[in-house]
Design a protein. Structure first.
Lengths: 450, 463
């Protein structure tokens, strides 16, 4: 974070100054503004301009934790939040490892998270961007209709203070445009989407967003339901990023401690193909989720998770690290002022190979290029490793892309898929997600269709 | 929460620059939650969310702003921000006169959450933990969450509507991990209703925990699910999400009006097996999606969507109803004051058929019996949907045999609705759900009797 707000820091400081003896107190204060513009058929469908603020207070005493929040920074409300958090302490179970983070001396790698050009960008220009994206998309293919085009931005500032010596604040802003499409052919309708993200609107590529949105919808027109059989799949970078998101659950140190990770007790062992090298590196400014500090206020850092298929370790917050007998990896994550921080990967990246997606496809005898998945939240269990997801894409036969296919599933287990990785592509895509995308080839996956 | 006269002045401010419609939605929500994991009550949390969202509609354009400041000055500032879309000006002063709607009480609350001590809430978690762990050494981990909320809402609009409601919800969730030779498996149960703390006197939470534990233990001997198209029997009360995804979303008027639903232009047509009568019902007392009024101030309703297989109507919110000259259906909902309302389901269910559930299984030589479904999702334009099966068994020669590992089922909504070839008479509501749409989550319920779909694709790995 950079050059944050002294006002929010003052609020946080005042709260922790009220800590009693034997009490650890953390105050997390946030304030934000956002703009959401949606256009439809050349007109503004909605214009949302919003401000929000709030405070979350955590109190730990005798190993027991209490928490409370309020969506306001009103002085009397803050007093009541502290009182509630204190009252809640009495109902927790004592936990010898409970405690707030303490400064660990790891240097912060500064990130450019604030963009003045965005902060100064006029509202009329934001509306014009959404309209232009809608126009470009509709003009890209006669079969394509635009469901909606959107411009969104947000700016937020936060401050954290703890009685254990953490004191950080900062601010951050970002923006994106997105478009949803419908493509019709007779009775059939398929959908697509496109987006572009940036620290400032000057970084947008509207043409690419429009082309992708049109292509995603039209490429599925006339798609068939494929037969059921075992195939090799090539995951599009966008799908690989989601796959890595599932894997991250098993690399979460808290899940390991609590018996919910299929990687528990496997450090130093091969858990994936030797081609698979995975890091979590929020200090890489190319990552969409790049950040300088984690949810507890410690420096974000680069962590090696899987090296040439061998499990190196897990990500930790100060709490999970204390329980595991190690130190925080700077991977505390916090969803805002309404909750306490948890543990998670921040910016995953798979070490890329050298070849393009087209070159990867050319080597596949019988397979499917998976362009979209549906139902990762319902058919994948990161605890058992069972993996089954709806999918759509293009058949691959003797190295050639063929007919579009939809309404089928691909299934295996996470454990097997990691070992069945045949190749990692060289086409890294810094998507707006927690993981960067890259094409990934996985053998021996069950495709279920007709 | 806000004085009648203040609301009138704020609405006038919202329309000062012009506009066809203005609305103030205010809420005050107090919530408590507690989480137990790994044998410990990790923390009790208290939350307070209070604020108002103001929208101004000008033609096809909506301006929206929200604020946590419920003073008249704060509300007026938000009204000004929302009215920025009305730039034509010259509308002059518009006087808004509000008339209070009669209360529409659907849910009867006996024990309000703020009258129950936190110790009683926490002890539910401890009872659940103990009960799940009593199921044997295979149980490796138990986590449980308790949450309650008491939300008061007030809606006022420039048509003169003034309506209020109070929504009290309690929910308990239990997740269990069991360890076996072949790895870990999971079980999950939840209990949630729009009623007071009396919920936990009316239900056996220990039994719920044991059920979650049994589910995880049973799955330790599960074999891979089949791969490909097979007949699927879905247990009563576990498959409402099928209808939520296969057609519920596609019957939302906002999606229909943009041509983003496979059900557009199909009113009066046969869209499902004649066995199917589908209802969306916000008045179903105590259910997770039950509401007195929707978040646009209109009373909840019992709406028949499909009658004997024929599509009778869509679900509506204010904007779509106004545009099409249709009556409100009580389906305008939003996640909170920070969100614009849109068309949402409440409790969506299929009415009873006439068959006996056991007979349906007995008449199925080979197939899959789904005893519990997980989440799902749908592409309303193509109709393709998926949902996860978290507890399922193989049907062989008309009998349930081996448990199956988890996986997704995939189908096309209109096709699956036509392929329902048996419907039992054992209706039950399912677990409380959170329906996500356009980034907003709202509580919904679903239900159905045991039914059979003659062919659905199971995303397993067994050939």
């Amino acid at each position: 974070m950079s050059s944050g707000s002294s006002q929010l820091q003052d609020i946080a400081d005042r709260v922790i100054a009220q800590a009693s003896r034997g009490e650890q107190v953390e105050a997390y204060v946030a304030r934000g503004v956002e703009t959401d513009i949606r256009t439809y058929e050349g007109e503004v469908e909605h214009f949302v301009s919003a401000q929000s603020e709030g405070i979350g207070i955590r109190v730990i005493k005798d190993g027991r934790t209490g928490f409370a929040y309020a969506g306001t920074l009103d002085e009397s409300a803050i007093a009541s939040v502290l009182a509630q958090a204190r009252d809640n302490v009495a109902f927790g179970t004592p936990d010898e490892w409970a405690g707030l983070a303490e400064p660990d001396g790891v240097a912060v790698v500064p990130q450019e998270l604030w963009n003045e050009a965005l902060a100064a960008y006029p509202t009329a220009d934001k509306i014009a961007l959404a309209k232009e994206l809608e126009r470009l998309t509709a003009a890209s293919d006669p079969r394509v209709r635009v469901d909606d085009a959107n411009y969104s931005d947000g700016a937020g500032e936060t401050a954290v203070a703890t009685t254990t010596g953490i004191r950080v604040n900062g601010r951050e802003n970002a923006c994106y445009v997105s478009v949803s499409t419908l493509a019709d052919d007779g009775d059939e309708t398929q959908t697509g989407f496109g987006f572009s993200v940036g620290r400032s609107p000057h970084e947008f590529d509207l043409g690419k967003a429009a082309r992708e949105a049109a292509d995603r919808a039209t490429r599925l027109l006339g798609a068939i339901k494929p037969p059921s059989k075992r195939v090799t799949v090539v995951l599009d970078p966008y799908v690989t990023a989601q796959f890595l998101g599932v894997i991250s659950s098993a690399l979460n140190g808290e899940n390991v401690i609590k018996g919910r990770s299929l990687f528990a007790n496997r450090v130093g062992e091969p858990v994936a193909s030797p081609l698979f090298t995975l890091i979590d590196d929020p200090t890489n400014p190319k990552a969409y989720t790049a950040t300088d500090i984690d949810g507890e206020g410690l420096a974000a850092r680069r962590n090696s998770l899987i090296e040439a298929g061998v499990l190196q370790g897990f990500v930790h917050s100060s709490y999970s690290a204390r329980r595991a007998g190690t130190v925080s990896t700077g991977n505390s994550v916090r969803g805002g002022f309404k909750g306490t921080p948890g543990v998670g990967c921040l910016a995953m990246q798979l070490k890329p190979g050298a070849r393009t997606q087209a070159e990867l496809v050319a080597d596949v005898e019988d397979g499917v290029l998976i362009q979209m998945v549906q139902g990762l939240h319902s058919g994948v269990n990161p605890i058992s490793g069972d993996f089954s997801t709806g999918a759509s894409g293009l058949l691959i036969s003797k190295g050639q892309l063929g007919a579009p296919v939809r309404e089928f599933t691909i299934a295996s287990t996470l454990q097997r898929m990691l070992h069945d990785i045949v190749e990692v592509g060289g086409d890294v895509d810094w998507l707006p997600s927690m993981a960067a995308g890259v094409s990934l080839v996985i053998a021996d996956v069950t495709m279920s269709g007709a | 929460m806000i004085e009648h006269e203040v609301l009138e002045r704020v609405l006038a401010t919202a329309l000062r620059k012009g506009g066809d419609f203005a609305e103030v939605y205010a809420e005050d929500k107090a919530s408590t939650s507690a989480g137990l994991d790994d044998g410990r009550v990790e923390q009790v949390s208290s939350g307070r969310d209070r604020g108002a969202g103001i929208r101004v509609v000008v033609g096809e354009t909506t301006g929206f702003a929200y604020t946590a400041d419920l003073s008249e000055a704060g509300l007026r500032a938000a009204a000004e921000a929302a009215s920025a879309v009305a730039s034509q000006g010259g509308a002059g002063t518009r006087v808004v006169s509000l008339t209070r709607s009669p209360a529409h009480v659907v849910n009867r609350i006996e024990i309000y959450p703020d009258t129950v001590g936190k110790a009683a809430k926490v002890s539910l978690l401890q009872r659940v933990d103990e009960a799940a762990r009593s199921m044997g050494g295979a149980i490796g981990q138990v986590s449980a969450g308790y949450a309650d909320s008491r939300k008061r809402i007030i809606v006022a609009n420039s048509d003169g509507l003034l309506a209020e409601d109070e929504q009290v919800r309690h929910i308990l969730r239990i997740s269990v991990v069991a360890n076996g030779d072949a790895g870990m498996q999971t079980g999950f149960e939840s209990l949630g209703h729009t009623i007071g703390f009396e919920l936990f006197d009316q239900h056996d939470v220990e039994e719920l925990a044991r059920t979650a534990a049994r589910q995880a233990i049973t799955k330790l001997r599960a074999r891979p699910a089949p791969s490909g198209a097979v007949p699927v029997v879905i247990k009563a009360g576990s498959g409402g999400v099928l209808f939520h995804e296969a057609c519920g979303h596609g019957l939302e008027a906002d999606l229909v009006s943009k041509g983003a639903s496979v059900y557009r232009g199909k009113v009066g047509e046969l869209v499902a097996s004649p066995l199917v009568t589908l209802v969306d019902d916000g008045t179903m007392a105590g259910e997770w999606g039950a509401i007195g009024i929707d978040d646009e101030g209109h009373p909840s309703q019992h709406n028949v969507l499909i009658q004997d297989g024929v599509l009778t109507d869509y679900m509506w919110d204010h904007l779509r109803a106004r545009k099409e000259g249709h009556a409100h259906s009580g389906n305008g909902r939003r996640q909170s004051y920070m969100h614009l309302p849109m068309v949402r389901m409440t409790n969506t269910y299929v009415l009873n058929g006439t068959e006996n559930a056991e007979d349906i299984i007995r008449d199925t030589p080979y197939g899959v019996y789904v005893a519990k479904l997980g989440g799902g999702s749908v592409n309303t334009a193509s109709g393709d949907f998926v949902f996860g099966m978290t507890e399922a068994y193989l049907i062989e020669n008309g009998e349930l045999t081996d448990p199956l590992r988890e996986g997704n089922l995939i189908g096309n909504g209109p096709q699956v609705l036509r392929d329902i070839d048996a419907l039992a008479n054992d209706f039950a509501m399912g677990n409380p759900g959170t329906c996500g749409k356009d980034g907003q989550g709202v509580p919904v319920g679903d239900g159905q009797p045991t039914l059979r779909v003659k062919s659905m694709t199971i995303g397993g790995t067994a050939s």
